[in-house]
Design a protein around this ligand. Structure first.
Ligand code: SIN
Length: 526
């Protein structure tokens, strides 16, 4: 029986692989395992209700409030409820979270959290510390095989069922791997924009793979822009963590005005609100800065951010840090159920590439690493003991797709599918991306996001339409499949694929509805 194959080696992928042990599994990574993942770059930490004044219900309430009506309450309860156990599981895997002198875990405050509940490790290097521990653990686990410096280019399907993965190695040679269980853990889409905090490999390859094999994608228009990426002429941009504002840092404009001071939660409003306030300043011709001068022991408490400042010639103890909003996290993704199953049989997804319904229209800070661990574990459990065999040769993959339009796609996404959107801009993006999308996965992902944004004629959470500023009374989660776009994109040589995909999608939808009795949000596409 060929083992499952996990594409991606961030926190979600490695959590799934470690949970599956000792059952064999292969992890395919673009670079060395765990590197160039958003997980490894995470600064803030992991939100979990582990404080004495906290509980999962409060965490769930904050998550739902930030999500602007689009969260699935059942998933929110499931993930926030699993938070304390996830922290313990990470400790068992070797992660040492920062503790105070009394031995209690230190907890930070971030935007829209009603309690201090963000657990961190090595100050603002939480993601790096977690990934270092998990990579070591995974490399020590004999049941996990690694394929590194390899990029998945196609999911191979037969009769609408996943039967393999095609990947390209660093020499450019293609290889096909037979497997009946594929897990996408490929991360997000931030690198589709010119301003991003994500590794440049995070441009949505997993979404393209899923869409091209017929999987349903969900709520793609919801892209979170982080308010405070450092504006220091670097691509990607170094992050200035929200934890800084939790410790008293303030947003100021060129005249020194602290422009968030009249908002009820001041600088700690949900991210979408802070980003729009910054955008307003930029449109008025102001520059925006983060003033951290009142944070004691800044260099030792935030060594990563301090190092980024020094490298850019900024002394944060004397001068405010110039910042800009930057594409940071994708709330939308491959539609999955509570076990990470996608609509195509044989396909799972977890982490940022998946849309579980946890984040809704706007993710609560530091909920993403939590979701990565919890859903990675659930996917691992869901894969356990499966024994689907394979008959016959693998189907042919279609001709290799170009990926030569990177700068054009980034420019289009930045110009037309950014913080503020409108019909004319989105239509322009769709018109220019559609011809490219037939041959280029970056353009395809951009096109799908722009199409979803065009279809959503309201403003909600991170999706702001200047021509539709109101939020509709009824919150609707929406799906999109490649078939709806009517593009001439060659699928795998899968004769019965379309019919089988349609049947699988109907089954998936029915299942989701049954599993989530609380899910009243499905809209016209569901
Ligand atoms: C941050 O530290 O501000 C980022 C944390 C997150 O995006 O959850």
């Amino acid at each position: 029986m060929p083992p499952p194959l996990i594409i991606g080696s961030g926190l979600a992928g490695l959590s799934a692989a470690l949970t599956l042990a000792p059952q064999p599994v292969t992890v395919l990574a673009r670079r060395a395992t765990g590197t160039w993942t958003s997980s490894a770059w995470a600064q803030g930490g992991i939100a979990a209700a582990v404080g004495g004044d906290d509980n999962p219900e409060l965490h769930a309430a904050d998550t739902l409030a930030a999500g602007a009506g689009l969260c699935d309450p059942a998933i929110v309860r499931l993930v926030t409820g699993a938070g304390p156990d996830a922290i313990e599981q990470l400790e068992q895997w070797g992660v040492a979270f920062d503790r105070a002198a009394d031995g209690q875990r230190q907890l930070s405050l971030e935007g829209a959290h009603s309690r201090r509940r963000v657990v961190h490790a090595q100050g603002d290097s939480t993601g790096a510390a977690i990934m270092q521990a998990l990579v070591a653990r995974a490399k020590d686990t004999p049941s996990i095989t690694f394929i590194e410096d390899a990029e998945a280019t196609d999911l191979l399907t037969r009769d609408g069922i996943v039967v393999g993965v095609r990947y390209r190695d660093s020499s450019g040679a293609f290889h096909d791997v037979a497997t009946r269980q594929v897990v996408l853990a490929t991360g997000g889409v931030g690198a589709l924009w010119q301003h991003t905090t994500n590794p440049l490999g995070s441009w949505g390859q997993g979404l393209a793979l899923a869409a091209r094999c017929g999987a349903a994608l969900r709520d793609l228009e919801f892209v979170q822009f982080h308010p405070t990426a450092m504006d220091v002429a670097l691509d990607p941009m170094p992050l200035a963590s929200e934890a800084l504002r939790g410790e008293g840092a303030a947003l100021v404009n060129s005249t020194g005005e602290a422009f968030m001071q009249f908002a009820p939660r001041r600088d700690l409003e949900p991210r979408d609100i802070v980003v729009r306030a910054i955008w307003q300043q930029l449109r008025q011709g102001q520059r925006v800065f983060l003033d951290v001068r009142n944070i004691a022991h800044f260099a030792t408490r935030f060594p990563t951010i301090h190092a980024s400042c020094v490298a850019a010639g900024i002394d944060p103890s004397r001068q405010p840090i110039p910042i800009l909003p930057a594409a940071h996290y994708h709330m939308g993704g491959v539609a999955v159920d509570a076990d990470g199953c996608a609509s195509v049989p044989g396909l799972w997804a977890c982490g940022e590439v998946a849309a579980t319904g946890l984040h809704g229209a706007n993710r609560l800070a530091s909920n993403s690493l939590l979701e990565a661990v919890v859903m990675g574990q659930r996917v691992g459990r869901s894969l356990r003991g499966r024994a689907e065999g394979l008959n016959g040769a693998l189907p042919q993959a279609p001709a290799a797709r170009l990926d030569s339009n990177e700068s054009r796609v980034r420019a289009l996404m930045t110009r037309h599918v950014g913080v503020l959107r409108d019909k004319a801009g989105l239509e322009q993006a769709v018109a220019e991306l559609a011809p490219l999308a037939a041959r280029d996965d970056r353009a395809l992902v951009g096109l799908m996001i722009a199409t979803a944004a065009l279809r959503r004629e309201e403003s909600r959470g991170a999706h702001t339409r200047m021509d539709f500023p109101a939020t509709l009374a009824k919150a609707e989660s929406r799906s999109l499949t490649l078939d709806e776009l009517g593009l001439a994109i060659p699928a795998t040589a899968d004769g019965n694929g379309a019919k089988a995909r349609a049947a699988a999608f109907t089954g998936f939808r029915t299942n989701l509805r049954r599993k989530f009795s609380g899910m009243t949000l499905m809209g016209r596409f569901w």
